[in-house]
Design a protein around this ligand. Structure first.
Ligand SMILES: [Fe+2]
Length: 404
């Protein structure tokens, strides 16, 4: 997907641009189902999935949701209950009207200050001619509240799951194993989908569960795994999980932590017969290596007290067979070690492992792989990271402290 650009203008300007159809748009805070649509078999145009807030950045989040038919969307937002700002998304100058996936980036948010937002979607029916278009009904959601991340916050927690492989029941059960107090964002570290076969699978595998539990209020950091690169919908994953600035890898600061989300791609060489000549992850990982080196040398990374790396595939121990994890080791271990990273969280192996500094040559960081049936909770305080791995059902599998 091409890079998308948020467009912001005043509420008054928004209404003027939007035409008479939006003038009657009430801000009641209640969902208003669209009128019955006789041209579409009677099913009213509506919001069917979401919201899930994703891909946090400095004073930024992307709000995602889905409708049952193609639409044009906006987000009304503001603080102290005033929805006096409007954001829309454009792609190469054009506002999307051809998708049921909606992703609107909000920028310029005040770190740590809660804001309210409302989803607005208007059905786009068709082009009568290039200059005459036909819209349908408008739907608006209830009002939600989210808090942007705050780089100077003293203490916070985050949660991580991985390798769900479509089993949303397991994921939802693990939601109940942990305390959510103090949690500021959620990481899904790859292979959440077991190959991207159908659009509905995306919702049933995890998105609806996340939307119900935390999606409207806590940013989700989605790290692509090797299974999300497979299947007929894999090339449209970014419509559902937009990443940041058109890329699936990015970094952000929160609570004195610099978090880096990397995309380790497929787990076998590009010329493996399973990929039918349709992948090219070697240059993609090289591109990330260049980006990672610059990112870890940035002021944002260096001024943070802690640096945490996320990648679905872990850094393989020397001598193991897994190609993808060997590439992760070959390309990214050096920059991560040089940057003085504290913790590297992964999945993929379906086994628990914890490698402490000095246990893998000259590594200075802790590296952990989390199994598919466990939750990682990281509690960040000025003096240390407290990491707990909680087995499904609530038993503590591992607890560790990583000093600053
Ligand atoms: Fe994997």
């Amino acid at each position: 997907m091409s890079e998308q650009h948020p467009v912001k203008f005043s509420r008054r300007e928004f209404v003027r641009r939007s035409g008479a159809g939006l003038l009657g748009l009430g801000l009641t805070g209640a969902a208003l189902p669209a009128a019955c649509d006789t041209e579409s078999g009677g099913e009213a145009f509506g919001i069917t999935h979401g919201p899930v807030v994703q891909s946090p950045g400095p004073g930024e989040v992307t709000v995602t949701w889905h409708t049952n038919r193609n639409g044009v969307s906006n987000v009304l937002y503001g603080t102290d209950g005033q929805l006096d700002h409007v954001a829309v998304t454009s792609r190469d100058g054009l506002i999307p009207n051809d998708s049921t996936c909606h992703a609107v980036r909000l920028t310029g948010l005040v770190p740590g200050k809660a804001f309210q937002y409302q989803l607005i979607s208007r059905e786009f029916k068709k082009y009568v001619s290039p200059y005459v278009v036909k819209f349908g009904e408008i739907v608006e959601s209830e009002t939600f509240t989210c808090t942007p991340l705050d780089p100077v916050k003293e203490s916070f927690s985050f949660l991580m799951w991985n390798d769900i492989h479509d089993d949303s029941r397991r994921l939802e059960a693990m939601f109940e194993d942990v305390a959510w107090e103090g949690v500021d964002f959620v990481v899904l570290n790859g292979d959440i989908l077991n190959d991207f076969i159908s659009q509905e699978q995306f919702f049933s595998a995890f998105y609806d569960a996340c939307s119900r539990r935390f999606g409207s209020s806590l940013p989700m950091v989605y790290v692509r795994g090797n299974h999300e690169t497979r299947g007929p919908w894999a090339r449209r994953l970014s419509d559902f999980v937009p990443g940041r600035d058109g890329r699936p890898y990015y970094a952000f600061n929160h609570g004195n932590v610099h978090v880096v989300a990397l995309d380790s791609g497929e787990d076998k060489p590009d010329d493996n017969k399973e990929y039918a000549g349709l992948v090219e992850f070697a240059s993609f990982r090289d591109e990330q290596t260049r980006w990672l080196q610059a990112d870890l040398e940035s002021e944002a990374a260096q001024r943070a007290r802690f640096r945490i790396i996320l990648s679905h595939q872990p850094m393989a121990p020397v001598g193991t067979e897994c190609f993808g994890a060997q590439e992760v080791r070959r390309l990214w271990r050096g920059p991560v070690n040089a940057a003085g990273a504290h913790l590297w969280l992964s999945g993929h192996t379906h086994d628990f492992a914890w490698c402490k500094p000095g246990e893998d040559g000259d590594n200075r960081f802790h590296a952990m792989t989390n199994p598919p049936d466990a939750t990682v909770r990281v509690d960040v305080a000025p003096e240390a990271l407290q990491v707990a791995v909680i087995q499904k059902g609530g038993a503590v599998l591992y607890q560790g402290t990583i000093p600053a």
